[in-house]
Design a protein around this ligand. Sequence first.
Ligand code: FE2
Length: 304
Amino acid sequence: MGIKSDFRGEEGVKKFLEDKRKKYEKMDDKEKKEFDKEALENPYLDSRIYHIAEDKEIKKVLVGIDIEPAELLMAKEIGDIDLIIAHHPFGKGLAYLAEVMDLQIDVLNFYGVPINIAEGLMKERISEVARGVNSANHQRTVDAAKILKINLINSHTPTDNLSAKFLKNLIEEKKPERISDLIDILMEIPEYKEAAKIGAGPKIFVGDKENRCGRIALTEITGGTEGSPKLYEKMANAGIGTVIGMHISEEHKKQADESHINVVIAGHISSDSLGMNLFLDELEKKGIEIIPCSGLTRVSRNQK
Ligand SMILES: [Fe+2]
């Protein structure tokens, strides 16, 4: 599902994997030994299987945005949980978070930013992210899963792709003229409506509700985490008027402001929930019972 919704297209993802294989084949034996072979088949290295305690039929899953040892203890308390599915990565998935950010280069290029500029600015940011996640206590949750004998996986970029594609389709269909129209469209999505009730609904971070949207780009919903702040100027030059994102740092906000790009922040955990829900609907169709936790606003789009 993640590949089908990928902005690079299925062909683009295939090419990405082929390039990885070509690189691998050129490596010497020592490099090959150290190389993470999952990279040859999984285009989303921030999404993985972390622990298989028991390979059994999955009937009931506990699903959350951030899974920590507390949620694992909750699963034990509930009892018959066959698998825990997290959204945000930990362990090896977190260590490899920067690996999925290549996607953003192609997405930016799709929206008209020259490939050399997108590549140059993103490369800088990718290495920054790789250094940033280096200090984390990666294995904490994975260790707990091993001790408590719980099956544990996560899905980050595949489900963020679902969220991005869903929003892109909706916006292309509704064609909002002004920022206020865009906010109205987002507010019709149940996950954002729920978030708004607790004060975390869609918000204008840069621009004004009276502003016209211009070309709307979904460059910041998927692809690991925020790209380079230097990109806004380039995006403005490429003809982008409004960016819809999940979250934005102060530095990014400042740069967007200077480039006169409107920024609408749809919401972080709500956008994560949207993508997870589209995936969970498919599990539900297979008869799997879903227990949401840790920030996941579960909305089913299946016919009841
Ligand atoms: Fe997230």
